[in-house]
Design a protein around this ligand. Structure first.
Ligand SMILES: Cc1cc2nc3c(=O)[nH]c(=O)nc-3n(C[C@H](O)[C@H](O)[C@H](O)COP(=O)(O)O)c2cc1C
Length: 410
């Protein structure tokens, strides 16, 4: 029997993978070693490219080096292009104005009791250049496409927005599938049919359906917060399924739910009900292949169920789900009672990261209320983090795939 165009079987065939499991690209957290362990185990590894500024002359070298590390870890070197290359595609943001910078400093001064001598060291430069900016620079885009033409990644994905029609067409020419994150049915519609706010909408191959319980930044690109239903992964998936069933067969995208998926029975349920694959991030956070392994390993040894997550935009400038810590709570409380206009995402996130580096490398100073050597980490994780178990990425994949039912769909 020929697999239906948007079925899981069809996606696995296209990607040449054995299991419908995508590792979430996790900027700053997942590593090429995690990606190769997932691909070696029959799933699809991902490399997040948000930290690379493709306008910079050495960006392609950085990209190559990530891919080399990924390939080095692969058991089968022929799988080197079995990968999801992930880009951030948010609207290009303006530089912060001086009052926003001043508000940010006041916030951190009050939340952490940090003096101007430390806060003054942070620079407000854009640390997350959007793929849209790369699209506006012909030379940089050309270099990136030249590389991709050689490398031929099987899948590219975009978070926070849709690339242009020209980009999608070019990636299709290179035989790369294009997946985009959606968090609401309005975004799903734009991805399938095009329309206002979607720029390149229409013609995507697949949709990452990110529910509200998902860890990390919410990839929404249309819905303003007051209208946002904050759909759970399951509701978003069910709603989307009903909508795509009304589309012609050849227009139906692959559906990949993401958010709160931690075990085999959840994956089986989604696949049985028409998902093409599931994307999982939080489940890998305590593995040695995660840069936040030590924090999450400690958490799993304590009583994780007593901890909580929060969706918060005060650290980076965009809503993201993270673990509540003393630092996050302090920051949030101060923000509630202080001025609300802060620098745009990219600039604000970069300033926070600089401060974190200063905090991590500074001599302990007990005169500060929130001593500088205290942990000011921003630990992105989904609501189901409390189900985390220790183990290597390979061991986690083994567990996830052991009772995975195959042939659940026509
Ligand atoms: C630590 C962390 C970092 C993330 N970074 C990215 C990223 O760089 N790009 C992206 O598309 N999604 C990113 N996400 C979101 C994931 O793609 C996905 O939606 C999420 O992991 C699914 O929920 P789960 O973490 O509960 O499994 C991140 C998630 C986490 C937990």
């Amino acid at each position: 029997m020929i697999a239906q165009r948007s079925s899981s079987k069809c996606l696995l065939e296209k990607l040449d993978i054995s299991y419908p499991i995508f590792q979430s690209p996790m900027a700053g957290v997942s590593t090429p070693e995690m990606a190769s362990a997932v691909t070696n185990s029959g799933g699809l590894g991902a490399i997040p490219l948000a930290p690379i500024n493709f306008l910079h002359p050495n960006s392609i070298d950085k990209l190559k080096s990530l891919i080399d590390s990924y390939t080095l870890g692969l058991a089968n070197k022929n799988n080197s292009n079995t990968i999801n290359l992930n880009f951030f595609c948010h609207k290009v943001e303006p530089e912060p104005i001086s009052s926003e910078i001043a508000n940010w400093k006041t916030l951190y001064q009050n939340a952490l009791n940090l003096p101007e001598s430390i806060l003054g060291k942070t620079k407000f430069t854009n640390g997350n250049i959007s793929f849209r900016e790369t699209e506006q620079d012909e030379q940089s885009l050309g270099k990136l496409f030249d590389f991709l033409e050689q490398y031929k990644p099987k899948l590219t994905s975009f978070h926070f927005g849709v690339p242009s029609h020209a980009t999608i067409a070019k990636l299709h020419e290179l035989d790369a599938m294009v997946f985009v994150t959606a968090t609401s049915i309005d975004e799903v519609r734009v991805l399938c049919e095009g329309g206002e706010g979607g720029e390149g909408g229409g013609g995507v191959d697949g949709i990452i359906l990110q529910g509200y319980e998902a860890g990390g930044h919410r990839g929404n690109f249309l819905t303003k917060s007051i209208w946002d239903e904050n759909l759970s992964t399951q509701s978003l998936f069910q709603k989307t399924k009903q909508y795509v069933e009304k589309l012609e067969q050849d227009k139906r995208p692959f559906l990949v739910p993401a958010g709160g998926i931690m075990n085999t029975s959840q994956i089986n349920w989604y696949i049985k009900n028409g998902a093409s694959a599931c994307q999982l991030g939080t489940v890998f956070l305590a593995s040695p292949e995660s840069t936040t392994s030590s924090f999450f390993s400690k958490l799993t040894q304590a009583t994780p169920v007593l901890n909580n997550t929060i969706m918060i935009d005060v650290v980076s400038g965009k809503p993201a789900r993270c673990i509540r810590t003393e630092f996050i709570d302090n920051l949030y409380k101060e923000y509630q009672s202080g001025p609300k206009s802060l620098p745009p995402y990219g600039y604000m996130y970069s300033a926070y990261k600089q401060l974190k580096t200063i905090a991590e490398t500074a001599e302990p100073d007990t005169t500060l209320r929130f001593a500088l050597n205290k942990d000011i980490g921003f630990y992105l994780a989904g609501q189901n983090f409390y189900q985390l178990e220790k183990g290597s990425t390979r061991e986690i994949m083994k567990k996830l795939t052991t009772n995975l039912e195959q042939d659940l769909q026509p």
